[in-house]
Write a protein of this length. Sequence first.
Length: 135
Amino acid sequence: MTIVWNKELETGIKVIDEQHQFIIESLSSVETSTLEKNELFELLTRLQAYLSVHFDVEEDYMKDTDYPEYQKHKAIHDKVLEDCQDILTQNYSNNDASKVAYKLVGYMKNWFSEHYANEDVKMAEFLKQNDWKIG
């Protein structure tokens, strides 16, 4: 399953859209990478760190607006970070880098598609309905 950034993925919240676009483009870069094992794992680890920063941004917006589904949304974020860490940790020494990258990218693409449609759209609508002005 390929995800390509397009207008349909925009939430209307500039910083979140820019971060989502970066995540999607990073997943595509990992997928087509020809890096050596250590370099690829470094790239995957940096992507995971960026994802954590992105989640912090969303969570700050949700807290600032008293988003009623904050706890549920945060729990989903926490779970995906845990799952990504597990994929990286459990597979680093046992598999070649391309298999680990394939597994992580596949997981992230499936997760992003579902999470965006089921959670981020609702969050963005709530923020906009509550006149939350985000650049």
